[in-house]
Design a protein around this ligand. Structure first.
Ligand SMILES: [Zn+2]
Length: 224
């Protein structure tokens, strides 16, 4: 049986947990290999000064273990600028061509956080480049992923085209969020994660827990 590869772009270490942590755990349960890519933009974060890098690193590792993430790649190129830095794009293309994912997750198109926007844009640009037969560097052109999904962090989607029932993964998702203890000292984000999933479950199927997504074009563009 062919193993499904899933690629998740997470601007900040906990965005993947909030946006698609339940779906990640569900993919892993179904036998998929999940790779999470985190750009090294932590120094720009407001909370960065008060916590040493190692604390964050250890929390990220614990959250990834909780979800069953196969591999976490922390990029070193600068990111956060619009348009995205070329070095960052190149690193993304390389990792995409290496992983050759069937499913890709990235922040949705209407997230107004500047760093989330930058990763959304860079993700789509890198997807196009990684599929291009005309770009010969950084590995072989990859086939188009079957599904490219935009996830919501704390900027909920007003319209969505894809729903994932995460009833069986909810506690794993909340536990992964609790690995980020440094963030929970400020606010109960774990309760936020539970609340968002309950809200999505309620409006999509009358109860339970869900994650919702914007469906983006596998070719690397926005699909309206
Ligand atoms: Zn973020």
């Amino acid at each position: 049986m062919k193993v499904i590869d899933v690629l998740v772009l997470s601007p900040h270490p906990d965005d993947d947990v909030i946006g698609c942590g339940g779906s990640i755990a569900k993919h892993v349960r179904a036998g998929a290999r999940v790779t999470v890519v985190i750009p090294a933009g932590r120094e720009r974060s407001m909370l960065a000064e008060s916590y040493p890098g190692e604390t964050f690193e250890a929390e990220t590792d614990a959250a990834n273990n909780m979800l069953g993430v196969h591999r976490c790649v922390k990029l070193t190129a600068p990111f956060g600028d619009l348009p995205p830095d070329r070095g960052f794009l190149t690193e993304l293309v390389k990792i995409m061509r290496e992983v050759r994912p069937q499913v890709v997750y990235l922040p949705h198109a209407d997230d107004d956080d500047l760093e989330h926007q930058a990763v959304h844009q860079a993700g789509l640009t890198a997807l196009r480049t990684a599929q291009s037969q005309f770009v010969h560097r950084h590995g072989l052109a990859m086939p188009a992923p079957k599904l490219v999904l935009g996830y919501e962090v704390w900027a909920p989607l007003s319209r969505f085209q894809y729903v994932e029932d995460i009833g069986a993964q909810l506690e794993t998702k909340v536990a992964a969020m609790r690995c980020y203890q440094s963030q929970l000292n400020h606010r109960s984000w774990d309760e936020g994660v539970r609340g968002l999933a309950a809200y999505r479950g309620l409006i999509t199927s009358g109860g339970g827990y869900a994650e919702v997504f914007q469906v983006l074009s596998p070719a690397g563009g926005r699909r309206d």
